[in-house]
Design a protein around this ligand. Structure first.
Ligand SMILES: [Zn+2]
Length: 301
């Protein structure tokens, strides 16, 4: 089957240009508030999808271990530098459509500002679902096409696409906005229960951010986030979804035991110095500088 295209941040200075110097303090702070409201108090093993340079990773302090997944190795190296060397963090370069994890091994997952780049969200979400244990929590952020600005622009005839339809809109190459009802439907189809919805980033306009002190915008957004239970008209929406059942008591002593071959699904993989080798299909996957790379086989039979 052909793979959907992947949005690759390889070599990107996204962290510094967008977050550190890009006037995104407001966005970062309201996201932190939303995450805090939705995250379980703690857990064993959290899967962070689209971890980038690890901006959110320190916010998962309640978890014993965090597996950071990103398609870009250079983003993961930035995360490494930011977080420091620690067994708590496991860095994995992988394609979300071919995740290299055994079924049901994670008790939580987060995916923030990442679905935004998926041309085939149900397929990506199916992979996430597969890696989660029963009773697991999944926190999903998505870019909302049904936001106030898009609605006004549409009504004023300054935007051709209709924010009210359920189809995703690709406003730039591999940048998608989604309808809240569509996202909810994808999650429910996969067996998730939607537990909480927060509407986030109410005041994401240049004018407000320039004229009103950030702390005030953050305080107001924090209050208004709860309206997400009733309606979602913000550019960013956070969903807390849960799988039914009780969390099993899984113990992961050896972190290498969570991996499976992304091509044939075989587990366990054999640890051969600089590579993880699949004894079933013979492919091997590079392991270097503390990063497991499951994107392309480093060696084939
Ligand atoms: Zn294999």
């Amino acid at each position: 089957m052909t793979q959907p295209p992947v949005c690759d941040y390889e070599g990107s200075d996204y962290q510094s240009s967008f977050w550190d110097r890009g006037g995104r303090e407001y966005e970062d702070r309201v996201e932190a508030i939303a995450l805090k409201r939705l995250l379980p108090k703690g857990g064993r093993l959290l899967l962070e999808l689209g971890a980038g340079a690890g901006r959110n990773t320190p916010r998962y302090a309640g978890f014993e271990r965090i597996v950071l997944v990103d398609y870009s190795r250079s983003q993961l190296r930035q995360a490494q530098a930011r977080l420091g060397a620690s067994d708590r963090y496991v860095l994995v370069a992988a394609d979300i459509y071919r995740l290299p994890f055994i079924p049901g091994v994670f008790d939580a997952a987060t995916m923030i500002r990442t679905l935004h780049h998926m041309s085939d969200p149900p397929r990506a979400l199916t992979q996430v679902r597969g890696a989660l244990a029963s009773g697991a929590t999944f926190i999903l952020e998505f870019a909302n096409k049904l936001n106030m600005k898009a609605i006004l622009r549409y009504w004023l005839g300054r935007q051709t696409w209709n924010p009210f339809t359920l189809q995703p809109v690709e406003f730039a190459e591999l940048n998608f906005d989604f309808h809240p009802v569509a996202v909810r439907h994808w999650l429910q189809t996969l067996g998730f229960n939607v537990a909480k919805v927060l509407a986030v980033s109410h005041f994401r306009t240049g004018l407000l951010k320039r004229t009103v002190p950030t702390f005030m915008l953050v305080a107001l957004d924090s209050l208004f986030q709860w309206t997400g239970a009733l309606w979602q008209l913000t550019p960013s929406v956070f969903i807390k979804a849960a799988l039914p059942g009780e969390l099993p008591a899984i113990h992961v002593d050896d972190i290498r035991s969570i991996f499976r071959c992304p091509d044939c699904g075989h587990t366990p993989l054999l640890d051969k110095a600089q590579q993880m080798e699949c004894p079933n299909c013979g492919r091997s996957w590079q392991k270097s500088d503390g990063i497991y790379d499951f994107r392309e086989p480093a060696g084939a039979p």
